[in-house]
Design a binder for this molecule. Sequence first.
Ligand SMILES: Nc1ncnc2c1ncn2[C@@H]1O[C@H](COP(=O)(O)OP(=O)(O)OP(=O)(O)O)[C@@H](O)[C@H]1O
Length: 251
Amino acid sequence: MTDALLQVRNLRKTYGALKVTNDVSLDVHEGEIHAIIGPNGAGKTTLISQLSGQLRPDSGTVIYTGQDITALDMAARVRMGLARSFQLTTLLPSFTVLENVAVAVQAREGSSFRFFRPASTERALNDQAMECLNDVGLSGTASRLAGALSHGEKRQLELAIALATRPRLLLLDEPLAGTGHEEAAQLVDLFGRLKSRVTMMLIEHDMNAVFALADRVSVLVYGEIAACGTPDAVRNDAKVRAAYLGEEEVA
Ligand SMILES: Nc1ncnc2c1ncn2[C@@H]1O[C@H](COP(=O)(O)OP(=O)(O)OP(=O)(O)O)[C@@H](O)[C@H]1O
């Protein structure tokens, strides 16, 4: 078997006496959707932050495409195709939907945002931004202000912004949070479609979505991986039932 796209080895992070990440090792294989589930406070967000480069682990290694990236910051990881989809706060509400994505395309290309650009550059940026909007089903809203989008559309826009960095591995922290039933179903559909192009690791509390989407699931309990396997294996794992899911939820 070839090496995993992401290999996390013996990652540890403590806050005082609290072991938030306690000797975590896991693999994310190219092409899979790998879900991280666990009770509130289990350390899921802290783990993702260490993978994205926002937070330094106390010890352990993160290997991505065979390279040790543990010491690299977030910008360097994004350049390597390891990106995290940010939450609503990073959207520019008074910019159009297209401009929000164009800023991300421009950042990827290494120049900072400017209001005045040559028309050809502007066109190229907008074309690429439009492609990302197409990918998430938002091309019809390109000229609307980002602040005027519905909650579900904002989550789609976040995803388009993340796609603008051309990720190979996308880290998603509760991408369905705050969405209604219909919006959640649309996003699940969208992740399913994007799967052939980008590997995804996602934290998600919506168990229906997790079991519908994930190829593999890692269960984090008190900072430790309690189980890792296919959704069915995890669903039937006695430790997981006891520690987290509850008999009735997984029945
Ligand atoms: N900067 C910090 N300083 C101290 N404690 C922290 C810090 N960040 C997180 N924690 C603690 O670490 C634990 C894990 O937090 P984290 O947000 O990673 O959990 P989570 O599994 O993502 O939770 P949730 O599902 O509620 O979002 C919590 O007890 C939290 O209070």
